[in-house]
Design a protein around this ligand. Structure first.
Ligand code: EPZ
Length: 414
C-alpha cells in the first residue's frame, strides 16, 4: 500500500496550473448518456474517481476513454440501464447515473450507493425529486427499481440544496417534454458547469447558480466538445498549503469567484491575496491568525475545504472554532492531527483548535479531503510525516506529490 513521506518545514513557492474539477467531470460524464453522439471533455484531471466513472460508462455500453486531459465518450452503443452492485460500489457518485439512465432509457435499476467515511449520504432527496417527475420507484433488498415510462415535467422543492439531487433531477428532466422547476436547488459552480454542458448539447436549462433552476425539455441532445471548469477545491488546498508554510504561490486557472468564502478566511488569517483573470496568488504570513469557520452550501464556506482549514488552524497563533454543518461525521482527520501534536477538541459538529506547532508522525487518511489535510499538516510540521491511505487522496488529487514537489515540498510517494 503506497504512502506519502513528507519532510516538513519547506515553504510552498511557485506557479501551478489547476486541472478540471472532479465534482464537475463526474456529473458531466453521467450526462453524456443523454445523447447518442460523441462527447469530448477537455481539461480533465486523471483522478481515480474519474477513471472509475469511465469504467462504469464502459460497462453500460458507452465507450469512454481518457488520453492526456481529454475524455471522449461514445454513448451511441449504451444499452444497459441496470447499474450492477459492484459498479455502484466503485464510487458513491455512481448515483449520478440514475437521472441520465432514466432520461435515456425511461427505466433504471441501481443499488443504494451506501455511506462513506463522512456520513450516511442518504439519497432520499434524489428519489423525492425523481418521484415528482412521475418515476415509479420500488426499493427492495438494497436495490432501487425505477419505472420512468410515465415520466412528466414537474416542480420539485428540495428540503436541502443537495448537489447530487439537484444534478440528478436536472439530468432526468432534460429530455422530458414541458417545464421542470427545481426549487431550493444547490448553487455550487459545478451545477452551473452542468447547465452549460447540457446547453452546449442543445438542452434548455437556466437558473443554475440561483436557488431556482428551470429545465425546458427538448426532444434530443447532440454531441459536444466542452472544457471542464477548474477544480476550486484543489486550488483552495494548494493556496492553504502556501498559507501554512509561509510560502508564495500563483495558482493559474483558478477562478476567485468560485472561492470567495475560502479566500475571505485565508485573508482573515493574514494572507496577502491577489486575484485576476490569470488566477489567484497568495503570500503566506509569518504568523497565521486563527479563524472561525462554519461550513454551508455554496456560496457559504465549502465543506470540502473544512479539513484543510482545520489543518491550517493547528498552526495559527490562537484559538479557532470550526463547525461542520453539511456532513454529520467529517472530523476523522482531527484524531490524526492530534497524533501530530495538534490541540483539538471535537464535540458533535464543532471542533475547537488551539493553534501551536505540529511534529511529524505516522498518520492515516480516512477520507479524501481529510487525507489532503494531513498532507498540508505534514508540510508545516517539524520532521518527517508518513501518511497511509494515499489511494483515498488520489480520488480527488492528480499526483498531489508531484504538484507539491514542483512547489518546493519534500514529499515522496513510496
Ligand atoms: C457533492 O456530494 C460532492 N461530491 C461532495 O464532494 C460535496 O462535499 C457535497 O456535494 C457538498 O458540496 C460530488 O459532487 C461528486 P449533497 P453530494 O447531496 O451530492 C444530505 C468531495 O470531497 N443529503 O449536497 O453527495 C447529505 O447527507 C466530495 O469531493 C440528504 O440528506 O452532497 C449531506 O449531509 C465529498 N439526502 C448533505 O445533504 C439526499 O438525498 C449534502 O449532500 C442527498 C443529500
Amino acid at each position: 500500500m503506497e504512502i506519502f513521506r513528507i519532510m516538513g518545514g519547506k515553504p510552498i513557492r511557485g506557479t501551478i496550473r489547476i486541472g478540471g474539477a472532479k465534482n464537475a467531470i463526474l456529473p458531466l460524464l453521467a450526462a453524456s448518456l443523454l445523447t447518442e453522439e460523441p462527447v469530448c471533455l477537455t481539461g480533465c484531471a486523471a483522478l481515480s474517481d474519474v477513471e472509475n466513472m469511465i469504467r462504469i460508462l464502459g460497462m453500460l455500453g458507452a465507450g469512454a476513454k481518457m488520453e492526456d486531459d481529454v475524455i471522449t465518450v461514445n454513448p451511441a452503443q449504451a444499452s444497459r440501464w441496470e447499474m450492477p452492485e459492484h459498479l455502484s460500489k466503485l464510487i458513491r457518485s455512481s448515483i449520478f447515473m440514475l437521472g441520465p439512465i432514466l432520461g435515456r432509457f425511461r427505466k433504471a435499476t441501481v443499488t443504494y450507493p451506501g455511506g462513506c467515511e463522512i456520513g450516511l449520504r442518504p439519497i432520499d432527496l434524489h428519489l423525492k425529486g425523481l418521484r415528482a417527475l412521475g418515476v415509479r420507484i420500488r426499493e427492495a433488498h438494497g436495490m432501487i427499481y425505477c419505472d420512468g415510462s410515465h415520466m412528466h415535467s414537474g416542480e420539485i422543492m428540495l428540503d436541502f440544496p443537495s448537489v447530487g439531487a439537484t444534478e440528478n433531477v436536472m439530468m432526468a428532466a432534460v429530455l422530458i417534454p414541458g417545464k421542470t422547476v427545481i426549487l431550493n436547488a444547490a448553487r455550487e459552480p459545478e451545477i452551473t458547469d452542468l447547465q452549460e454542458f447540457i446547453n452546449s448539447m442543445g438542452g434548455c436549462v437556466s437558473g443554475a447558480g440561483t436557488g431556482m433552476i428551470v429545465i425546458d425539455g427538448v426532444k434530443k441532445l447532440r454531441g459536444t466538445h466542452y472544457r471542464v471548469m477548474p477544480d476550486r477545491i484543489v486550488a483552495g488546498t494548494l493556496l492553504t498549503a502556501a498559507a501554512m508554510t509561509g510560502g508564495d504561490i500563483a495558482v493559474r486557472g483558478a477562478r476567485a469567484c468560485d472561492l470567495d468564502a475560502v479566500l475571505d478566511k485565508l485573508s482573515a488569517a493574514g494572507c496577502e491575496i491577489i486575484a485576476d483573470d490569470e488566477g489567484i496568488s497568495l503570500k503566506g504570513p509569518e504568523k497565521l491568525r486563527p479563524v472561525d469557520v462554519s461550513t454551508q452550501p455554496y456560496p457559504g464556506f465549502p465543506t470540502d475545504m473544512q479539513a484543510q482549514m482545520l489543518s491550517m488552524c493547528c498552526v495559527a497563533h490562537g484559538t479557532s472554532v470550526i463547525i461542520e454543518n453539511v456532513f454529520e461525521s467529517r472530523f476523522a482527520h482531527a484524531a490524526q492531527l492530534i497524533r501530530m501534536g495538534a490541540d483539538i477538541t471535537v464535540s458533535h459538529r464543532a471542533a475547537i483548535v488551539r493553534g501551536g506547532r505540529l511534529t511529524g508522525a505516522r498518520v492515516c487518511a480516512k477520507d479524501l479531503r481529510g487525507g489532503a489535510a494531513l498532507v498540508l499538516a505534514g508540510l508545516a510540521a517539524e520532521g518527517a510525516t508518513e501518511i497511509q491511505g494515499v489511494s483515498l487522496i488520489d480520488r480527488g488529487y492528480e499526483s498531489l506529490e508531484k504538484m507539491l514537489g514542483g512547489l518546493g515540498a519534500d514529499i515522496t510517494r513510496i
